[in-house]
Write a protein that binds this ligand. Structure first.
Ligand SMILES: NC(=O)C1=CN([C@@H]2O[C@H](COP(=O)(O)OP(=O)(O)OC[C@H]3O[C@@H](n4cnc5c(N)ncnc54)[C@H](OP(=O)(O)O)[C@@H]3O)[C@@H](O)[C@H]2O)[C@@H](O)CC1
Ligand SMILES: Nc1ncnc2c1ncn2[C@@H]1O[C@H](COP(=O)(O)OP(=O)(O)O)[C@@H](O)[C@H]1O
Ligand SMILES: [K+]
Length: 483
């Protein structure tokens, strides 16, 4: 499990740890880890060694710049030519600057000449103290660094991103790699900031001992998902594995029903009951489906419902919302959803909007949801008293219980932005709900498997929703077979 803590929690933990340690020890630990990561990159890429490499430090006015300066001093002692670009001359971390100069580093005369000739740029403009994107004077230097062909390594966070929310307000510096300290921050797990960070490396500075046990955010890894995937045993029969009911499809969108059933069958339900007008299309593709044309309440016993994909204005949502088993509500099922009815449910509810649907539910513009995904998903979970999965390039899943960390998933690929892939995801998560996973687990495990299936289906070329569904078994096997 990857875990991330809010900036306030990180600061409090750092203060507690600093009180127990001699002055400057934490920054030295951070700088040592940063320098080691940079040396690694210089060895693996041009020029192939630290000695003689040209390193440029972008140094802001805070401790993030201090980390960069001390790491620069370490690289200078190993023979690198290190030049510091001071974005706030006179306010740069003074002991760090002294250390750099003592180690043979220098202050750059011209930031643009320096970055143009660099093999490696260390971005120490801002870390967790940065607010509101890069300031105007930093923007041209950051652009020059990015355009220079040098490897860009961000210290703690790519400068310009909001550490606690993953928002990017204005301009930020895109890094090839980020070296962070003590713990991940939300920006490392949530888009758009996550994308700016590149490959993230975590350096242990001893913070784990003073961090609270419950993080703000977590991201499941292969081993976590493997533990949660339902596996049938000798005692299993199709009913014990879970029967999933799907209310989806319409005369206009019969394919949504087929794709939701496809996801459900690959998600391990013992049986799938389809309820709606697209029964013929479903049976033609998946003859194992149990088809019912009446209202959901009369369809027979199920362990969970999925309602909404391609539903148009077909009825069925109310029946499912009134049922006493877990219900996943997606797509058309979310339109005009009655918050009071959802809050009154006794069994778990999982709402799965994309940003547009989430915006409609919250009554705000879509861009607001996209730039503040963490706040949006939490707000929806609170309003509906339901678990909410917000789709997108990183998918977030929030429980209505605010003591539970929000789960972030980044296994997907932009190739998943193809019509119907959300329908497959609904069926897949529905099966997991029917198997008895909690809404938080069903959502986050479903998103993980779906994202990986999307990658396997695409492998760098366009794929279709059907292709994603067909790759779910391969993703499942990959996860179950271990790291
Ligand atoms: N604490 C610890 O134990 C450890 C901390 N560590 C390190 O410290 C980092 C946090 O350091 P920090 O608190 O000094 O803040 P930091 O991110 O350097 O930036 C704040 C400065 O930038 C400025 N500024 C703000 N916004 C800006 C913008 N948009 N564009 C440009 N400038 C902007 C603002 O100044 P202002 O101009 O507003 O007065 C302020 O002075 C952390 O990320 C990690 O790297 C590690 O060594 C491990 C141990
Ligand atoms: N840029 C992206 N990167 C990764 N995954 C994405 C991206 N865009 C969309 N997705 C994923 O693709 C799926 C699309 O679902 P949805 O928006 O409901 O589409 P549809 O309604 O056409 O089925 C979701 O799982 C979402 O997380
Ligand atoms: K930085």
């Amino acid at each position: 499990m990857r875990t991330a803590y809010s900036v306030e929690t990180v600061r409090a933990a750092e203060r507690e740890l600093m009180d127990r340690l001699p002055d400057g020890v934490l920054m030295q630990r951070a700088a040592a880890g940063l320098a080691a990561a940079c040396a690694d990159l210089l060895r693996r890429r041009a020029p192939g060694r630290v000695y003689g490499a040209r390193v440029v430090l972008l140094v802001g006015s805070g401790d993030n710049g201090g980390d960069a300066l001390y790491a620069g001093a370490r690289l200078a002692r190993r023979g690198a030519g290190v030049a510091a670009v001071l974005l706030a001359p006179g306010r740069a971390h003074a002991p760090g600057l002294t250390a750099l100069l003592a180690a043979g580093g220098r202050v750059a005369d011209d930031p643009f000449d320096a970055t143009a000739a660099a093999d490696l740029v260390i971005d120490g403009i801002t870390g967790i103290g940065g607010r509101g994107g890069l300031r105007p004077d930093a923007v041209p230097v950051a652009r020059a660094a990015r355009g220079s062909g040098a490897v860009v390594v961000a210290v703690d966070l790519p400068s310009g991103v909001e550490a606690g929310s993953g928002e990017v307000v204005g301009e930020a510096l895109r890094a090839d790699a980020t070296v962070t300290f003590g713990t991940y921050k939300p920006a490392h797990l949530i888009d758009p900031a996550r994308e700016y960070a590149g490959a993230v490396r975590l350096v242990d500075i001893g913070l784990g001992a003073v961090l609270p046990s419950v993080p703000e955010l977590e991201a499941l890894q292969h081993a976590d998902v493997a533990r949660l995937l339902p596996v049938p045993t000798g005692e299993s029969d199709k009913y014990r594995r879970g029967v999933l009911g799907i209310v989806a499809g319409s005369a206009r969108y019969p394919g949504a029903a087929v794709l939701a059933v496809a996801g459900a069958l690959r998600g391990g339900a013992g049986a799938v009951r389809y309820v709606g007008p697209a029964g013929d299309a479903v049976i033609a593709r998946f003859p194992e489906t149990l088809v019912h044309t009446g209202p959901p309440a009369k369809a027979g016993r199920v362990q969970a419902w999925v309602v909404g994909p391609g539903l148009g204005d077909e009825p069925g949502v109310r029946d499912a919302v009134a049922s006493d088993v877990p219900v996943l509500i997606d797509a058309d099922g979310l339109r005009g959803l009655d918050a009071a009815a959802v809050r009154a449910r006794t069994a778990p509810t999982l709402l799965t909007p994309h940003a547009g649907e989430a915006a409609a539910l919250l009554g705000i513009p879509r861009e607001e949801v996209e730039s503040a995904r963490l706040t949006s998903v939490r707000e929806l979970a609170a309003r509906y008293g339901a678990t909410v999965l917000l789709k997108g390039s990183t998918t977030l899943v929030a429980s209505p219980d605010t003591s539970e960390p929000v789960r972030a998933n980044a296994t997907g690929t932009p190739w998943l932005a193809t019509a119907g892939s959300g329908d497959v995801l609904s069926g897949l998560m529905g099966s997991l709900l029917a198997a008895g996973l909690t809404a938080l687990d069903a959502g986050s495990v479903g998103a993980y498997v779906h994202g990986l299936a999307g990658r396997l289906a695409a492998r760098g070329a366009p794929t279709s929703a059907e292709g994603v569904a067909a790759s779910v078994p391969a993703a499942w096997r990959d996860i179950a077979s271990g790291p």
